[in-house]
Design a protein around this ligand. Structure first.
Ligand SMILES: Nc1nc2c(ncn2[C@@H]2O[C@H](COP(=O)(O)OP(=O)(O)OP(=O)(O)O)[C@@H](O)[C@H]2O)c(=O)[nH]1
Ligand SMILES: *[C@@H]1O[C@H](CO)[C@@H](O)[C@H](O)[C@H]1NC(C)=O
Ligand SMILES: [Mg+2]
Length: 421
């Protein structure tokens, strides 16, 4: 009958409506109040709630603990592997004492974004745990943007200095016409930076003046950083303290042969200096590294100075100062194109003992176009390196590092043959 059918339909609709209401009630209340059995993420919607912000160390390192529901939801349990054995050391601030040291960068305002990249590398791999200061020097005043961006990125104090005019100009004894003729000649011979005046001021400043700047008077050690460099491994110890505690005065990562046309008379001038100042030349020096015939000729080997960790007090010593003054008088920064790398290197090789020069093998470093990547697989694992070992320059033909090893009587690290070319 139509009447009975209508009643049945109405009853069905009411029942269905009631059931939906009850189900709705159960769901909405369970997700906000008693979720454990249902495993519904907490309100807020984001996935962040599923990932424990810090997995306790004990859980990371004990491979055989049964995963509880929390680990079940961590991203590690779904097809990726937890790095269970290693704890990641570069978190928080390293305890213990610090050395009397700073980073040092010479830069122009136009270098802002390239030095920003370098700072991130240094901070991420080392300094965020050690918070060393950073001194920036420039022959022009730094602008607000340079200061803002670099201060933002450095975890230590930042200091900005203007280079005094005498440290960035021609000394009065330089013959301007002669210097200009040299630049024109080098331009025609296409010698890199051969016609540049500012590059020469830069090389002279880095050779003899940066360590005299008043902002560096407060420090004993420096780490030089240029724009656009990269670090590829964690530096999970303090290289400054290492220098101090092991009585090191100069540290390098890369060495190579200098372009002879930029330094035709540097060695002759250095030999005259040695004859006039024999007391500055130390016993147990590194003559073997820079000469193959006991000092007659320079083999052009030098440490690449865009990376340096060194002692400011050594550079400020009478020996090194006398050496720089002698070279500066000779005029080769302007009559040739002497670089600060061979100047520092000859100084270090002759005025330091072999043991005072340190090869920072575990600091993996890149400045266009060369890479230093540790040869040792153990080190590359230990320091979480991202460099391709085949790119390591140390054992290739144009590197001087094997000469350094030979001089010290060291065996080359396992696997070096695979990186020769
Ligand atoms: N303030 C200032 N800094 C300079 C000047 N020229 C170079 N520099 C800095 O001096 C350092 C060396 O200069 P670079 O241009 O990197 O020279 P380079 O490393 O021989 O050559 P690149 O392969 O171009 O890097 C860098 O830290 C530069 O930022 C300059 O005219 N003024
Ligand atoms: C750091 O070294 C400089 C240079 O040797 C020195 O003048 C200064 O007193 C030292 N500072 C500290 C805190 O030792
Ligand atoms: Mg550079």
């Amino acid at each position: 009958m139509p009447a009975t059918a209508n009643v049945r339909t109405l009853r069905f609709i009411l029942l269905a409506f009631f059931s939906i209401a009850v189900l709705y009630k159960i769901f909405t209340s369970s997700s906000s109040n008693y979720s454990p059995s249902l495993n519904v993420p907490p309100a807020g919607g984001s996935d962040i709630g599923k990932i424990p912000p810090q997995l306790p160390k004990s859980e990371l390192s004990s491979g055989d603990t049964k995963p509880d529901s929390e680990e079940d939801q961590s991203p590690f349990s779904h097809g990726t592997t937890p790095n269970a054995k290693n704890n990641f050391p570069l978190t928080g601030t390293a305890p213990g004492k610090r050395a009397n040291a700073t980073f040092i960068t010479l830069a122009r305002n136009s270098d802002t974004w390239e030095i920003a990249k370098s700072i991130r590398h240094i901070e991420d791999r080392f300094n965020r745990k050690y918070n060393y200061d950073w001194v920036f020097l420039n022959d022009q005043p730094f602008d607000e943007q340079f200061k803002k961006i670099t201060t933002r990125l450095v975890s230590g104090k930042t200091k900005y200095g203007l280079i005094p005019k005498e440290h960035w100009s021609f000394p009065e004894w330089i013959d301007q016409d002669k210097a200009a003729a040299v630049r024109e000649d080098m331009r025609q011979r296409k010698i890199i930076y051969g016609d540049s005046v500012s590059y020469r001021h830069m090389c002279r400043f880095e050779s003899g003046f940066f360590f005299e700047h008043e902002l560096l008077a407060d420090y004993e050690f420096y780490w030089r950083v240029e724009p656009s460099i990269k670090l590829f491994c964690d530096v999970d110890y303090d290289p400054f303290l290492y220098m101090k505690e092991n009585k090191k005065k100069y540290g390098f990562t890369l060495s190579l042969y200098e372009y002879k046309d930029t330094i035709p008379t540097l060695w002759e001038t250095t030999k005259k200096f040695m004859a006039e100042y024999p007391h500055h030349i130390v016993e147990g020096n590194s003559m073997k590294f820079i000469s193959d015939n006991d000092g007659k000729d320079y083999n052009n080997c030098h440490f690449w100075s865009n990376f340096e960790i060194g002692s400011l007090n050594w550079l400020r010593s009478p020996a090194y100062r006398d050496y720089f003054k002698y070279l500066d008088r000779a005029g080769g920064f302007f009559y040739e194109r002497w670089g600060d790398a061979p100047v520092h290197s000859l100084g270090a090789a002759l005025m330091l003992k072999q043991e005072e020069i340190h090869f920072f093998d575990n600091i993996a470093y890149w400045h266009v176009p060369f890479t230093h990547c540790p040869t040792s697989e153990e080190d590359r694992e230990k320091y979480k390196c991202s460099c391709n070992p085949k790119d390591n320059f140390d054992w290739k033909g144009y590197s001087c590092t094997s000469r350094f090893f030979e001089m010290r009587g060291w065996e080359k690290p396992k696997g070096w043959e695979y990186q020769m070319n």
